[in-house]
Design a protein around this ligand. Structure first.
Ligand code: ATR
Length: 266
């Protein structure tokens, strides 16, 4: 039996098992199974041991471990190293490798909604692993300017050292932008609210939330109410999963209508 896993905390919201088990069935990988596991920080070392011992064959990582997992890995791919964020893990030549499929996932998601990043201004909320992946994706797509705001100051200051072109904005304040992205974990709980002056944004912006479950966070509801284009993290999630599946199995799984339908039922 080949076992795959997503780890995180919280993890109830994760739809990764649904997607990967769907593809495993579709491509007749009947000896494979994908599960989710809620873990604590102290469990990270042991879980990597499970990959070393072939008890686990591949792993996804979600909040809040995308950065914290790095010290336990043998090597990082180029993108994971750039982002200092790992969402996909596998074993190669007896080494445990951390990869990042969020960057490409986000790029493909923007292409999906036909958002042309060139010469646009983005405003990122959050400074964790996902935020950094999004910065890298936006840079690759030719974004003109990125503002970033985070609840606490430490992470933005570290980011600013590596990306001098970032402009850090105080949490709760808002600049002028074309695209705003919620890259925090606020929204995973239905009642989470991001306090911003939504009325001052105008009505022709794109609101993007990396959260995909629930499908319409309060952040997206506020954007919608003001007449903006809104998009949740579903396609980013599917694209990052597609790449991870390909890394583990060498099969590029199809994103078919049935899969989209399964994921829309919340
Ligand atoms: P990931 O690797 O998935 O990005 P992370 O590194 O834990 O996860 O980052 C979570 C992000 O959500 C961070 O930007 C975090 O802000 P802090 O750096 O200040 O912790 C943000 N976040 C989490 N809970 C939050 C809250 N209640 N209010 C505002 N931001 C929050």
């Amino acid at each position: 039996m080949k076992k795959y896993l997503v780890i995180g905390n919280p993890i109830e919201h994760s739809l990764s098992p649904l997607v990967h088990n769907y593809w495993m069935k579709k491509y007749s990988l009947s000896d494979s199974i994908y599960e989710k596991r809620k873990i604590e920080k102290k469990d990270l070392k042991n879980i990597i041991e499970e990959i070393k011992n072939d008890q686990i064959n591949g792993m996804n990582v979600t909040v809040p471990f995308k950065k914290l997992i790095i010290p336990f890995l043998d090597d990082l791919t180029h993108l994971a190293n750039l982002a200092q964020s790992v969402n996909t893990i596998y074993k190669k030549d007896n080494k445990i490798i951390g990869d990042n499929t969020d960057i490409e996932g986000f790029e493909q998601a923007l292409k999906f909604i036909k958002f042309e990043a060139k010469n646009k201004v983005a405003f990122i909320l959050g400074a964790g692993g996902v935020a950094l992946s999004i910065i890298l994706a936006l840079k690759r797509l030719g974004i003109k300017k990125i503002f970033l705001s985070n609840r606490t100051n430490k992470e933005p200051e570290i980011l600013k050292k590596n990306y001098s072109e970032l402009e850090i904005i105080e949490w709760g304040k808002n600049p002028k932008f074309d695209l705003i992205i919620n890259a925090t974990s606020l929204g995973l709980n239905k009642n989470d609210v991001i306090k911003l002056d939504y009325e001052s944004f105008g009505s022709d912006k794109v609101f993007y939330d990396v959260v995909y479950n629930p499908t319409k966070t309060n952040f997206l509801k506020s954007g919608d109410k003001m007449g903006n284009i809104i998009e949740n993290g579903k396609m980013m999630f599917i694209y990052q999963a597609q790449l991870a599946f390909q890394i583990w199995t060498n099969i590029k799984p199809e994103i078919d209508d049935e899969l989209i339908k399964i994921l829309s039922n919340d």
